[in-house]
Design a protein around this ligand. Structure first.
Ligand code: PA5
Length: 445
């Protein structure tokens, strides 16, 4: 089970405050559990781990097999926000850090597009496509988001020009709404295989639908184990108790925010593989809580690298933050530090020690230093980085997000603020229907 260690908050908060916020979190827990709160038509994610049919998983694995038979060695996963970050997070966490250089041939390489509007990025993607045997998964719940739509138009054209229309159609899978949206219409017309993003699952909660599962499976990872880990969390967190880690996490972060003005939460990791876990978490918490003039700003650091950049600020800058460390108990690999007869670097005192031992001591030393510097800290622990543990962790953060946002008093499942930039961009791009807005915005430039 996911463990929360709150020792690093003890010097800052009183027992009475913890009890008070635990009670508040239990009330918020009831709102989520009873499915009566704001946004309750978007709670489909809660039962995905236990209710995903085996046939759906098999359909995804069949695509992996089919594309293998076609010789596909590169899959472009097109999507943005919740239609991108979950898959990216899991694939990065599970991949060999140097898999590309080692030319690992485990499965197709999955690269991402449609998450930006950089022309250089798309041009460079086309450079890569020319070198490889490619296929594409296009993901958009709404089926109308500009960034993935632009990337897909270009990749689709490339695939059709290269492989012919019929073979291109066999190399494209769309993941979108069951009935509506431009991508659904196009998929029906072109005969693409499709998977559905359920109506009641929002983008940032969709990693355990085909949105996340298909790219993860195509990259060669075990989506059954990922779902099994999430299923364990679904079961563990379904118990209303002060010891429930989702209740503990929601209580502590809201206590620090409300009573101590800690407006920034930094998710801290100690492994480069977990950088995108933080990106996924930032979207989940940022879009779920940052509204109505409220919310904890989600930030992240990846240590020990960032101890040499952000470490100074966290130690001595404005005291606006607290830290949540995702601690991984075991390293999956072993490397010992050797003895050097000359010892010019003075490191012989580390001879015979695991590199991970140094990492753990850095983690512990940083924890104490930051607490001394006025930064409360809590720790969320998993055993190791594998599919099962990641599934458990992702579900934990989703569930805790629901509890936390209800405690804060916001609807966790909408994102009205995301529309503002889109309206301006469409006006500036002279999209039909935006004539008035185009005139108005140009006057402001
Ligand atoms: O969490 C969300 O709902 C958003 O981040 C969406 O995932 C993102 O905007 C992409 O939307 P769509 O999948 O409709 O293209």
């Amino acid at each position: 089970m996911i463990k929360i260690d709150a020792k690093g908050c003890v010097p800052f908060v009183s027992d009475a405050q913890i009890q008070d916020y635990t009670q508040k979190a239990l009330v918020a827990y009831d709102i989520l559990a009873s499915e009566q709160g704001a946004g309750n038509d978007f709670l489909g994610w809660k039962h995905l781990p236990s209710e995903t049919p085996e046939a759906l998983v098999d359909d995804m694995l069949a695509i992996r097999e089919d594309w293998k038979q076609r010789g596909v060695d590169l899959v472009v996963a097109i999507g943005i926000g919740g239609s991108y970050l979950g898959a990216k997070c899991v694939i990065e966490a599970l991949s060999h850090s140097f898999g590309k250089q080692l030319k690992e041939k485990k499965a197709a390489e999955v690269v991402f597009a449609g998450n930006n509007l950089s022309e250089e990025y798309i041009a460079e993607l086309l450079d890569l496509l020319k070198e490889r045997n490619a296929a594409c998964v296009v993901i958009s719940k709404s089926g109308t988001t500009t960034e993935p739509a632009v990337a897909f138009r270009i990749v689709k054209q490339y695939l059709e020009d290269t492989y012919g229309k019929a073979e291109a159609a066999a190399r494209i899978v769309a993941i979108t709404d069951a009935k509506k949206g431009a991508l659904k219409t196009l998929s029906t017309q072109e005969g693409y295989r499709t998977f559905v993003v359920p109506d009641n699952v929002g983008g940032r909660f969709s990693v355990l639908t085909p949105v996340g599962l298909l790219p993860i499976a195509l990259a060669g990872f075990d989506i059954k184990a990922l779902l099994a880990g999430a299923c364990k969390a679904e079961k563990d967190l379904a118990v209303k108790a002060a010891e429930n880690p989702a209740v503990q996490y929601a209580a502590l972060r809201n206590l620090l925010y409300t009573e101590f003005g800690k407006k920034v939460e930094i998710l801290v990791t100690y492994n480069p593989k977990l950088q995108y876990l933080a990106e996924w978490w930032k979207q989940l918490y940022g879009e779920s809580e940052g509204k109505d003039g409220k919310g904890i700003f989600p930030a992240s650091v990846n240590n020990t690298a960032d101890l040499h950049s952000m470490g100074q600020f966290i130690q001595e800058g404005d005291r606006v933050m607290f830290e949540t460390v995702v601690s991984v108990e075991q390293s999956q690999r072993e490397v010992l530090i050797g003895t050097d007869p000359q010892n010019l670097d003075g490191l012989n005192f580390l001879a015979g020690k695991h590199v991970e031992h140094c990492n753990k001591m850095a983690q512990l030393g940083t924890r104490i230093a930051h607490i001394d510097g006025g930064v409360p800290q809590m720790q969320v622990s998993i055993e190791k980085i594998d599919e099962a543990n990641l599934g458990e962790l992702l579900y934990f953060f989703e569930f805790a997000c629901g509890v936390s946002a209800y405690l804060l008093g916001v609807n966790p499942f909408n994102q009205p603020g995301v529309e503002a930039y889109k309206k301006n961009m469409f006006a500036l791009l002279d999209k039909p229907g935006y004539e008035e807005a185009s005139k108005a915005i140009r006057e402001r430039l």
